[in-house]
Design a protein around this ligand. Structure first.
Ligand code: ADP
Ligand code: GLC
Length: 481
């Protein structure tokens, strides 16, 4: 049996702030269970809902030297849907109301998680062949493994893979503090290792010390080797290009299934969406006080409200777009300026704009099911899951051609009648607006064609099966299996 431990800072259904949690929650389910034993490790946050915390059982606790003293490390276990999860416990570090709090403290607590995730292994009785790390929070696992833990026979020979979900966040902090937290010697803070423009960089450490590096779409894997997308790690990624792979994400087709989704008003699939989906639209319009009208194109947004997602383009032309015969429903939280913008427009144009400035699984499913189109004009998008969910729910994606959006949404071609969505190339508000208007024109004047776009989108296969095979092949290669 090949043994893999996937380490992540968030994981569905326990704790989620974005797509990383969806990936950590879904991917382990899709491995070939006969040959791969894939388990997951994450912090035991106090903000994990009680119903899951109650199901975890305690395995062990011990003290580990970290940041100047011996600190408590507890480890809990939970088995669910055929996957084993381990939770690293330390109430001092993981009692916040969300997984991420302030920057300095996040650095310290994820440094702790990286060391503890390795330290718990002998006590939990799982000796992985590979540790699969995800994003900067787990970046020091490969560093600890390859510089300290490997001296112990138990860890010798263990490999590491790290996946980049978002290069924007790298876990960068001043070197004296990072040295104090980790106990790493000076010679790890050189420019070929953790040092990064005078500071310490956890993600960089992870990329340097991993046996292979992946990211979540093919296009993003090329983009990050350029200065615009590379966030100053482009030279390192280019240097690692022989061990750098793009493997596109899938979605959990059990959770996101319009034919069997208890959160939506009426189920539908590709054979009956023409009659059943509109019921969801009508209810959504009612729930949010929008004008109940099947002929107005209803555009959905479900997103973290940050610059990454292209909301400055929306800000630039939103009011102009509202003069058209369109409606918007927005679900998201994030930067204050975008939250306030959507609240303002919802107040001013209540029949056309609804803003739900919160985090809600239920509302998100209802938006995917009840909207005609789904807007995602991202500045950069490593993969993007929302557009995949939208496709599956027959909400036609309108996207900018970047990263995973480019790889997963095929632009409508009027001549050949092909495509699953609408897209534009340049990061330009009027280009976005023209594309939305074009989509609205097809929606209004050529319903038959619009429905064919919906149909093609719903027929796409975005399950994890194909990508899980690629991770298996990568693990095999890294371990020489
Ligand atoms: P990112 O990881 O960059 O936030 P993705 O598109 O990969 O973007 O994943 C976002 C995930 O988070 C999707 O499953 C989306 O439905 C969900 N999501 C984002 N914002 C909210 C929200 N306010 N309420 C519920 N779900 C949300
Ligand atoms: C990140 C990216 C998003 C990706 C997700 C899961 O949060 O922003 O594009 O889909 O990780 O890999």
């Amino acid at each position: 049996m090949k043994k893999i431990l996937l380490a992540a800072s968030e994981c569905v259904p326990f704790i989620k702030t974005g797509g990383l949690a969806d990936v950590a929650g879904a991917l382990p389910k899709y491995f070939d269970k006969e040959n791969y034993d894939v388990r997951v490790i994450l912090p035991r946050y106090m903000c994990i809902p009680e119903k899951y915390r109650n199901q975890m059982y305690w395995i062990a606790n011990f003290y580990m030297y970290f940041n100047g003293r011996d600190r408590f490390v507890g480890v809990f276990k939970l088995e669910m849907n055929g996957v084993t999860y381990y939770f690293v416990d330390n109430e001092e570090y993981y009692s916040g109301s969300s997984p991420y709090t302030d920057a300095r403290y996040d650095i310290e607590k994820f440094c702790f998680f990286c060391k503890a995730a390795l330290a718990v292994l002998p006590t939990i009785g799982f000796q992985p062949d590979i540790i699969h790390c995800n994003d900067w929070h787990t970046g020091l696992i490969p560093v600890y493994l390859k510089t300290e833990f490997c001296r112990d026979l138990y860890y010798a020979g263990m490999k590491c893979v790290i996946t980049i979900h978002n290069l924007k966040f790298q876990g960068v902090w001043n070197i004296p503090d990072m040295k104090q937290f980790t106990g790493f010697p000076d010679d790890l803070f050189t420019s070929d290792k953790l040092e990064f423009f005078g500071q310490g960089n956890m993600f960089k450490g992870g990329i340097v010390y991993s046996d292979a590096v992946t990211t979540v779409s093919d296009t993003y894997s090329h983009e990050v080797m350029t200065p615009f997308y590379g966030e100053r790690l482009d030279p390192l990624l280019a240097a690692r290009s022989n061990a750098f792979y793009g493997i596109v994400n899938g979605i959990d087709t059990e959770i996101f299934d319009p034919a069997n989704d208890p959160l939506i008003w009426k189920s539908y699939d590709v054979s009956n969406f023409r009659t059943n989906k509109k019921h969801n639209k009508q209810e959504l319009q009612k729930q949010f006080g929008l004008a109940v009208d099947p002929h107005k194109m209803l555009v959905g947004i479900v997103s973290r409200l940050t610059d990454q997602k292209g909301f400055d383009l929306v800000a630039r032309v939103f009011e102009e777009m509202l003069y058209e015969d369109m409606q918007f429903v927005i679900l998201g939280t994030g930067d204050r300026k975008y939250e306030d913008m959507f609240r303002y427009f919802a107040g001013r144009y209540p029949d056309r704009v609804a803003a739900c400035i919160t985090y809600s699984e239920e509302v998100s499913h209802r938006i995917y099911a009840g909207t005609d189109a789904f807007l995602m004009p991202s500045l950069f998008e490593p993969c993007g899951l929302s557009q995949l969910i939208a496709l599956r729910y027959g909400s036609v994606p309108i996207v900018r051609e970047t990263g995973g959006l480019k790889d997963t949404v095929q632009a409508y071609n009027e001549v050949e009648n092909t495509g699953t969505g609408f897209s534009f190339a340049n990061y330009n508000a009027h280009e976005m607006m023209a594309t939305i208007r074009y989509a609205e024109h097809i929606f209004r004047d050529d319903k038959r064609r619009f429905n064919q776009i919906v149909e093609r989108g719903m027929q796409q296969d975005f399950s994890w099966h194909a990508s899980a095979r690629k991770y298996e092949a990568l693990y095999d290669k890294v371990c020489g299996w």
